[in-house]
Write a protein that binds this ligand. Structure first.
Ligand code: ADP
Length: 486
């Protein structure tokens, strides 16, 4: 019945003129036949319907013009005119009650043209209104689809009416339209026997209380087993009479953000630990020094003095690294641009570090003078990072080799050790901020995972390159290039 009513609704077919002549034709012919049956068969008076059917047809002209456009109205007019001639022929009118066939045809054609233009204008206006509404709907749909967050919209009974692609992508499921958040369960929700659809609770709460639910955070296990951190906000939508007519849920994937927060927390605890270690040693050696001062044992005093100096250097390096990272991040790391002999810097660095590395011999191959352009102090920082890493990560290796080699307009500087090495898989990651290679065994080497990141930033700013060649358990060679001064 509903379908039938929809079918005969004149506005429901606006603009759809594909079969516009069939329905008016069939309806009009049926109507004419029925009226003939009634006039001749039932009422037994051929005069009884006569011209009244023509007025009914005028109503039909209006209806079909609305329903099926101009074609529908035209079909109805033709049938009406034909039927009128048929009546004149069969009923043998003498012309008293009716005007002649030609006048009537003329009269009906004028009516048709008048009606068709009024209705055509009306139809155009309505078409335009409908088109505008459709455009607005499309516009809204485009916005919803392109928002960078997942969106689910339900009706007032929590039945899904609309969702965007981001919602599908984040949740990893296409929740079917019509799905009731209050009653239905998705098969996917049964994973591990716990509900996994995070939007459900905030949506239902928003509908139930009529108040928005803001920024609820959930851990969500997607079908592909990926664990996501999601932030969900839901809000009821009210109409002008303050009645709830819908609800919307906005889903944001905050997995990356949460991971950064976790890294920051890890970094803070690691940094405090790293700063505490040399401080504790410092305190210990100062106490020991005090005791030795009382006993006046000069030999031991010199030894403790050296340890205090070493630990102070370590602290200085750590604080320097922390400062450099924050400056890199805020773009405030300043660079001097001077010409200097890199071999001098290498020799100074090696001498300084050799003093603290009693178990290693640091060898320099090629002590020729090479003038490069850049920031002397920053390059020194890179060399300290690479050589102290070489010492740190070769606990059993005795030798470290520092080489310089001129290739075209560049100088390639390398630091080679014979230590623990780095697997192929890790080699691409060690230049990332805070990255440290961790084996299944507990990490035994101190550090913050910043040295190589800072070194890379410094070398890139000097228009150079930095890379590593390494084999697990055989040792590593770190290379970097600097443009030679002309
Ligand atoms: P860290 O303070 O941890 O040494 P770096 O940024 O200097 O930080 O180095 C990042 C990671 O790269 C280190 O944690 C270590 O796992 C690895 N690495 C660096 N240099 C070497 C090396 N010479 N041999 C082996 N592994 C190294």
């Amino acid at each position: 019945m509903k379908r039938f009513l929809r079918y005969i609704n004149p506005l429901d077919h606006l603009g759809d003129t594909q079969y516009s002549f069939i329905f008016p034709l069939v309806t009009n012919v049926t109507l004419c036949i029925l009226s003939e049956i009634f006039a001749y068969g039932i009422a037994k008076n051929p005069m009884i319907v006569g011209v009244y059917i023509i007025f009914l047809n005028v109503a039909f002209i209006i209806y079909f013009t609305f329903r099926d456009g101009v074609v529908g109205g035209f079909v109805t007019t033709i049938i009406t005119v034909l039927y009128y001639f048929y009546i004149i022929q069969t009923r043998h009118y003498k012309g008293q009650e009716l005007s002649s066939g030609i006048e009537t045809t003329f009269f009906l054609t004028i009516i048709y043209l008048l009606l068709a233009s009024i209705i055509g204008w009306l139809k155009q206006t309505i078409d335009r209104l409908i088109e505008r509404e459709a455009n607005e709907k499309k516009h809204l749909e485009t916005i919803i689809q392109q928002l960078p967050v997942g969106i689910l919209i339900t009706d007032e009974k929590a039945k899904l009416t609309r969702r965007n692609k981001q919602a599908d992508a984040i949740l990893g499921i296409k929740i079917p339209i019509g799905f009731s958040f209050g009653k239905d369960t998705l098969i996917e929700e049964k994973i591990d026997a716990k509900p996994i659809l995070p939007t459900k609770a905030p949506l239902l709460k928003a509908l139930h209380t009529g108040k928005p639910v803001i920024g609820k955070e959930y851990t969500y296990t997607r079908n592909d087993k990926k664990i996501l951190a999601l932030r969900v906000s839901s809000a009821p939508i009210h109409n002008k009479k303050k009645k709830i007519i819908a609800a919307v849920s906005i889903i944001t994937d905050i997995t990356h953000q949460k991971e950064l927060e976790r890294q920051k927390d890890d970094f803070l605890s690691l940094a405090s630990h790293e700063l505490k270690t040399p401080l504790t040693s410092l305190k210990m050696f100062i106490d020991l020094q005090k005791n030795q001062l009382k006993k006046k044992e000069i030999n031991k005093l010199t030894y403790y003095n050296q340890r205090i100096a070493d630990q102070t250097d370590k602290l200085k390096e750590l604080v320097n690294d922390l400062l450099s990272v924050s400056r890199i991040q805020t773009g405030k790391l300043k660079f001097n641009n001077e010409s200097f002999d890199i071999t001098d810097v290498i020799v100074d660095t090696v001498e300084g570090l050799q003093a603290t590395a009693a178990n290693h011999t640091i060898q320099i191959i090629d002590k020729k003078k090479y003038i490069v352009k850049g920031d002397k102090y920053r390059i020194y920082q890179v060399l300290v990072n690479l050589i102290s890493n070489a010492i740190k990560y070769s606990p059993n290796g005795k030798k470290i080799v520092v080489r310089t080699e001129k290739i075209k307009q560049n100088l390639v500087i390398s630091v080679q050790d014979f230590g623990i090495g780095i697997s192929k898989e890790q080699q691409g990651k060690i230049f990332n901020k805070l990255y440290q290679v961790s084996d299944s065994t507990e990490r035994t080497f101190p550090g913050l995972g910043l040295g190589l990141y800072i070194s890379k930033e410094i070398i890139v700013r000097h228009k150079g390159k930095i890379w590593v060649e390494s084999r697990k358990d055989k040792g590593s060679t770190f290379f970097f290039t600097l443009p030679l001064s002309k």
